[in-house]
Design a protein around this ligand. Structure first.
Ligand SMILES: [Zn+2]
Ligand SMILES: [Zn+2]
Length: 220
């Protein structure tokens, strides 16, 4: 099963230019079987939404929900994910294996410390993967607070220095490796992703498949 692990929707991520349903259709045409929607969840994005914490989370979930509906219609599995950024740092973390309802418990997820993030995400059955740790504005997080590293980020507008991310992951045996396109606009299609030997249907199955490490990385 070929899965895009890192995709944004313009309904939610201010930097994204493609609407959720259109992006899902593009991935179907590119012969992917699954997509993880990983919109930005941070102080900046959430403060741009109006209403109560609950309403802001509901707004955040719209990109994923529209993508999921479109996926069901055309036959591509859409998983929930998050790209979180914590206050005081520009590092970003891909969270996999969580249910969307997790955010109603943590509408201010971005105020947690790194240690708390790992604890709460793991407690809810998820994992924490540092996104593009060698991009210019990023620093490598302490490996003890990570479950994995995005060793390949295919975004063509950034130099993510992926070879360094791979070296980082190789230094610590507990870290899993992921690859994703970091899709924001039409030209970002299908530069990365992962190939799993089995068909996956739920976020928990995706997490388990990641933890087995039995998969291939797409690194274009
Ligand atoms: Zn972005
Ligand atoms: Zn991203």
């Amino acid at each position: 099963m070929k899965v895009e692990m890192h995709m944004h929707t313009s309904e939610v991520s201010p930097c994204a230019m493609v609407r959720a349903a259109a992006g899902v259709r593009e991935y179907k045409k590119a012969f992917y079987d699954g997509i993880v929607i990983t919109d930005h969840f941070n102080d900046y994005v959430l403060s741009g939404f109006i209403g109560s914490d609950r309403e802001k989370v509901a707004k955040y979930l719209t990109g994923y929900k529209i993508a999921k509906d479109q996926g069901e219609e055309i036959g591509i599995t859409v998983f929930f994910g998050i790209e979180a950024c914590l206050l005081g740092s520009r590092n970003e973390f891909l969270l996999y294996g969580l249910e969307p309802e997790f955010l109603y418990e943590y509408p201010k997820l971005y105020t947690l410390s790194m240690k708390e993030l790992l604890q709460e995400v793991r407690g809810a059955g998820g994992i924490v993967v540092q996104a593009h740790p060698y991009r210019g504005y990023c620093t490598q997080e302490d490996h003890q607070y990570l479950d994995g590293v995005e060793v390949y980020n295919g975004n063509p507008r950034h130099d993510s220095r992926n070879h360094l991310a791979m070296d980082f992951a190789n230094q610590y045996p507990h870290l899993i490796k992921t690859s994703g396109s970091d899709y924001h606009q039409l030209g970002d299609l299908a530069f990365g992703g992962m190939i799993f030997p089995q068909k996956l249907y739920t976020e928990k199955e995706l997490r388990d498949a990641l933890l087995t490490r039995e998969y291939g990385l797409i690194c274009k």
